[in-house]
Design a protein around this ligand. Sequence first.
Ligand code: SAH
Length: 250
Amino acid sequence: MPRTGSRKTVSFFKNLFFPLAATALPVILWSWPEIASSESFTEQRSQMVEFDLKQRGISDTAVLNAMLRVPRHEFVQARHLNVAYADMALPIKENQTISQPYIVALMTESARLQPADKVLEIGTGSAYQAAVLAEIVDEVYSIEIVKILAEEAAKRLARLGYDNVKTRHGDGYQGWEEAGPFDAILITAATPKIPQPLVDQLKMGGRLVLPLGGHRLSQNLVVLTKKKDGLHKEFITGVVFVPMTGEIRQ
Ligand code: SAH
């Protein structure tokens, strides 16, 4: 009897286990780098939030949670995957950049957002900032002047499921009047002067966050709050952004 039993076991392994293992093993081995790296991206993201954001003074929970959720490695070029969560700006196509995580968090926090807010961003770029905004507020609008970047950003946002972001290819100087007025507007390109059409499209109490200044290598990140008696200006920190192009330069 025991011999029959052991023969049965042997034939079970032969007939079922080995073929199964032979199929499953290559599949597991094949997908292992992906499984391993997506886990380490999550880990790298929480390190980034802890050390580059929290410990440098970002305290808005909604902003920290948004930065924990948005997969920055989906927004950088393939050759920069290994530094996707380093606290630095990285080049994207057309000589543009995806901003440094700390600055994205700082600009988002400075906009003092509420969940029901409607936000406009000028300078979609990779769409990373737009995705961070989309994690926090109901409606995001984003304009990009470089066609290929606008097209790729729209595809990327759709693929990642950010269906509360509407994008448009064009010059952001004139804003997005039909969609306004906005609770907050972020300009993510260096702006030599304040674009009046954007101020006009802000709600009373609305915030305009922008790197202000004509110098190529240094601007002031400021928040302008629209009040009855005019714009109230608050200096946040010194920054370096790529220049806003188009009508603002005329
Ligand atoms: N927010 C982006 C980074 C912005 S880099 C991100 O998260 O990746 C600045 C972007 O502003 C560039 O893509 C540049 O092409 C765009 N830009 C410059 N001038 C602009 C304008 N007038 N209107 C809209 N986009 C503009």
